[in-house]
Design a protein around this ligand. Sequence first.
Ligand code: ADP
Length: 401
Amino acid sequence: MNRNRTYQEILKENEFLQAQLEETQDIINAIKMGEVDAFIVKNKNSHELYTLKTADQTYRLFIEKMTDGALTINKEGIILYANSSFEKMVNQPTGSVIGLSFHDFIPEQFKIKVAKCVDYSWTKECRCEIFLPGQDKQIPVLMSMNKLEIENETALSIIITDLSFQKEAQQQRMALDRKDEFISIASHELKTPVTTIKGYIQLLQMGYKNQADDNTSLLLSRADAQVTKLTRLIEDLLDVKKIETGQLAFHIEDFSFNDLILETVEEMSRGLSVQKIIYHPGMDCIIEGDRLKIAQVITNLIGNASKYSSSETTIYIKTVITGNRVRFYIKDEGIGIPPDQQDRVFERFFRVKTQGENTYSGMGLGLYICSDIIKRHKGTVGFESEINKGSVFYFELTIKK
Ligand code: ADP
């Protein structure tokens, strides 16, 4: 309600506020004089008691529980405080290092390096990387040293971060880089001879076609199928290199999605002597994209559905149009993918561990390439899978018309 307050009312309010201010001032003075032991703070549902002791305890517990090693040393290098993570890093029992010399816990080969860093850090923050003994194996660590000023006393705080995880990740990255480099060279070198062999096989096939030599023709068509497999493998490797360097080129055109699926399914059915593929074309649509690359995705998904299923099962393919998007589904009745590894199957070189790496051939590149091709078409890929029941992989693209 809006009304003008009277002079008396304002005076009363002023007195009330004045009293509150004085009370607050008294509290501040009491805190300054060390006369306050505790605060009770009223929260929504409860009252909480805060004491200086609990605040200090919380802080100590936090330092004690952190995975980084934390310690303070004095000018003489004597440890004033150390948490249990530091004690683990130097393989000492809990509570045994306080009062001892920090330098005694540094391995011989790093003593000079650490001593220099300690000296320097009394003037400016200093960091150094060394190895500490650890409990069962040496651990790479980063030491960060800072001067602390506490009530006219000076000490050095040292935070020690375990770098094992980062170093491992770095090594994995380097191994992956080496793998990439080897693959890049090998695939380039293999491409020309394999293409030439394929050419010769096709020439021989033409020659034997007219001679009614069934046995030789059969052997030649088997050789051709194997060389085709090898060519696909090399192309996958070259594609990965191109994806990594952003050089995978796309040739965009309009095409019928149904025609492309039919063609690919027919071609794959000829190659797969095992499972039956069931595809009933639904409503057709036009896609604007790289026809060959989308065919490559479908080929790959059919190849996987077949590879990871037993021969007496069936592979089902369908498409569903929703609004301006079309989704391609491929369902198999195969071995499925364990839930704990599902989020990694689109990673480069990833292969499911429990499936028996030697039972199924492959390099863990197909899905990585598929996902890149679909993403470059502004589409999405995904799957659902259940162990020993099967998987449904899908990708979705925008329809042009
Ligand atoms: P790979 O050449 O190993 O088949 P992919 O990139 O195509 O490589 O697939 C990655 C991994 O995902 C495979 O090694 C396999 O473990 C798993 N996977 C892919 N598709 C299927 C599927 N349809 N059923 C079961 N596991 C699959």
